[in-house]
Design a protein. Structure first.
Length: 424
């Protein structure tokens, strides 16, 4: 049984290649079945995100690594109608314990574009569940992926790799918490309705923000986002009328001119009776007039200010990543030990089956002896003597032959197996 992982990610392939081998959720089950039906692998899980496409495969029979890699490369090429040479230039191949280490690192966010990001774990769980539903996983991949989830949980618990914000939206919310502490009684004004604002809204909501206002040039888009987080929507023109309500302002639009100017903010501060206002301008070009930062009671941060926070936090995560790598080193060893133990399971089962057959034959004869009037003492002696001789016959014959042939390693193994003294 062989375990392989084939893939390409943000480190090995540009987005122009990654997008060509992406598996949409609608096509994923078909791809899984296609691999199994063509006997390319006996077990298969496919992870496909914007940053990676990876195939985790189990092969029942041993084959040359290069032959297997070419087979999977050709399948990917055919399935996605992409040049096999292009794929080969970007594809990486992991084997045996390298597969275990790679999956654990991916699940823990150590192989992500943003170090320590937690989203990848949910994506892996979704990919694994799809494979299970498609019946393309068996004992080895089931154990491997469940093990990866457990290790990822341990890393999150035993290290602080996920505690420092490394996204602009997360950093903005964390800074707001540093200024206001509990956000439960605060109001946030989010200007824009793009991905960054949506992510900021999610982080604010998770941190129990009291009230949310979403402003956007298109009211419909603002309404859709506000509805998701129990907020309310306004247009950009309505911002001055609501600005004084906001304790937190996060702006990220595509406007080529300032959405907020100094006079508007100054007016809002007076209405607020100089209660502090925290503002983050993520946009490039900037949405908030830079001179707003000169006002008392206003804390204005630009995207560059947040990047400094993010870089500091990335360095912190890198230190925690070293602790995570140590945990993974240990857990890889544990998994490989479990996997090796599978090799002897068949032998143990065969031994038990053979012993059971011998026992059943001898018990049948012993019962006949009792039926024929033999005493129980005589039958017990027969049972013990015959069973012992039967079970010891084959090992003794093999050991004598080993001594005759000079196979000392077999004799040493028998001494260890049966815990016998070495009398030379």
């Amino acid at each position: 049984m062989q375990l392989f992982a084939f893939g390409l990610n943000h480190n090995t392939a540009p987005v122009s290649v990654r997008e060509q081998v992406n598996f949409s959720p609608e096509r994923l089950k078909h791809a899984l079945h296609d691999i199994v039906e063509h006997d390319l692998a006996t077990e298969i899980v496919i992870i496909s995100t914007c940053n990676r496409t990876e195939l985790y495969c189990v092969f029942e029979h041993d084959n040359d690594k290069n032959i297997i890699a070419n087979t999977i490369n050709n399948w990917l090429s055919h399935y996605h109608n992409i040049s096999s040479q292009t794929l080969q230039n970007h594809l990486y191949v992991h084997e045996k314990d390298e597969v275990v280490r790679h999956l654990l690192r991916v699940a823990c966010g150590l192989d992500s574009m943003v170090l320590g990001e937690p989203q990848i774990l949910g994506q892996i769980k979704s990919a694994y569940n799809t494979a299970k539903e498609s019946n393309t996983t068996k004992r080895l991949l089931n154990k491997l992926f469940e093990y990866a989830f457990s290790v990822a949980k341990q890393v999150r618990t035993d290290t602080a790799i996920g505690s420092s914000p490394v996204s602009v939206a997360f950093a903005a919310v964390r800074l707001a918490q540093q200024i206001f502490g509990d956000l439960e009684g605060n109001t946030a004004l989010l200007i824009g309705a793009g991905e960054t604002i949506e992510l900021a809204a999610r982080h604010l909501h998770e941190n129990k923000l009291g009230r949310m206002i979403v402003a956007n040039r298109t009211l419909e888009r603002a309404s859709n986002l506000a509805k998701e987080f129990s907020g309310f929507a306004i247009t950009l023109e309505e911002i001055p009328a609501h600005l004084a309500e906001a304790d937190v302002v996060i702006a990220s639009t595509a406007s080529q001119t300032h959405v907020l100017n100094k006079a508007e903010v100054e007016h809002a501060i007076k209405i607020r009776k100089h209660r502090p206002m925290f503002m983050v301008d993520i946009a490039v070009p900037r949405d908030i007039e830079p001179s707003v930062g000169d006002l008392d009671d206003v804390y204005l941060y630009s995207v560059d200010d947040l990047n400094e926070v993010i870089q500091d936090n990335l360095r912190s995560r890198e230190q925690e990543a070293l602790k995570a790598e140590e945990i993974i080193d240990t857990q890889v060893t544990h998994f490989i030990s479990w996997w090796r133990s599978l090799d002897v399971v068949t032998t143990i089962c065969n031994l038990r089956e053979q012993t059971q057959e011998h026992k059943n034959d001898i018990v049948i004869k012993a019962k006949r002896m009792l039926d024929n009037g033999k005493s129980s003492y005589e039958v017990v002696d027969y049972l013990a003597h015959t069973l012992t001789n039967t079970l010891m016959h084959s090992p003794c014959v093999q050991l004598r032959q080993a001594g005759y042939d000079g196979q000392n390693e077999l004799i040493t193994a028998a001494q260890q197996l049966f815990q016998l003294p070495d009398d030379n």
